[in-house]
Design a protein around this ligand. Structure first.
Ligand code: ZN
Length: 294
């Protein structure tokens, strides 16, 4: 079962989020028909997005992570809610690169490292919060750790991993560690020493099976207290009504040309690949609504 644990370390000197996300990443792979490389790129981003999502305060808060590294996969996008629900997509789900010399999926090669990470947070205020940092490596974890550290000014260590075997996601997870104000030098050094262990988080996630066990393995030696837990999931909130509104907002001219040139419309939701079909008659009804709204 997928789970995210929010953990206090060493009596509040640091916080950690531990996510086991095998189920949701496999669902994303299945829905989008992702290659192993694309599954790793999107799966890492969805796992991090879910962790960043559950750290938001209000149930109605949401955030969008967009990673544009200039690589062949195109943009990697994740929308996360405060409950841990995520949806997302990559520009090209069929991108597949040879394994790197260390046997790992070449996510950095697919994503690229020349662009930016952009995070938009809708916190129910008049204007959304927007933060942007440059890419570091395209491996996602380093890029998002850099974003959290620089843009949100929260020093962060982040490990993300997705393991694919036989075309299926068999292990996925993430560990985010953030030292808090007042963290002692001794604890800081021990946290930094975790990096090599956390580099293999996909293997750890597979071995562990659930987040509780992953926490015990990944943060062994630390005094850890679980403060809260959430159940992340890959789920889209699209629906026919939302697509209708989007069509109406395209305006009369666009609707009319869809009716006349294509005799209808097929609209694909980027986030979940669901297709919505509209007949010529249905478009006529929407056109009337567009005219009324004018
Ligand atoms: Zn959808």
């Amino acid at each position: 079962m997928d789970q995210i644990l929010h953990i206090s370390l060493e009596n509040g000197q640091a916080r950690a989020l531990v996510a086991s996300s095998t189920g949701l990443v496999e669902e994303a792979r299945r829905v989008h028909g992702l290659t192993p490389t694309a599954a790793a790129a999107l799966g890492r981003t969805l796992t991090a997005g879910a962790m960043m999502g559950v750290m938001m305060k209000n149930p109605s808060d949401s955030l969008t992570v967009t990673i544009k590294g200039g690589g062949p996969i195109g943009p990697v996008v994740c929308v996360a809610s405060a409950s841990g629900r995520v949806k997302g997509y990559v520009g090209d789900p069929k991108v597949d690169l040879p394994l790197k010399s260390n046997g790992k999926l070449d996510v950095g090669g697919a994503v690229g490292a020349t662009g930016h990470v952009t995070v938009v947070k809708d916190l129910g205020l008049r204007d959304p919060y927007v933060g942007q940092t440059r890419m570091v490596s395209g491996e996602i974890a380093e890029d998002l750790a850099f974003y959290l550290t620089v843009s949100e000014q929260t020093p962060s260590m982040l490990s993300l991993g997705v393991m694919v075997e036989g075309g299926r996601v068999v292990g996925a997870g993430g560990v985010l560690v953030q030292p808090l104000p007042g963290c002692s030098e001794e604890v800081l050094q021990r946290l930094e020493a975790l990096a090599p262990r956390l580099a293999g988080v996909s293997t750890l996630a597979r071995q562990a099976g659930d987040a509780q066990r992953l926490m015990e393995i990944a943060l062994e030696g630390f005094e850890a207290e679980v403060l809260a837990s959430a159940q992340p999931a890959f789920a889209c909130d699209c629906g026919r009504e939302r697509i209708e509104r989007a069509l109406i907002s395209m305006g009369e001219g666009e609707l009319r040309s869809m009716m006349e040139e294509q005799g209808g419309a097929q609209v694909l939701c980027h986030f979940c690949n669901k297709q919505y079909d509209f007949s010529k008659e249905e478009l006529e009804t929407l056109l009337a609504e567009a005219q009324d709204a004018r």
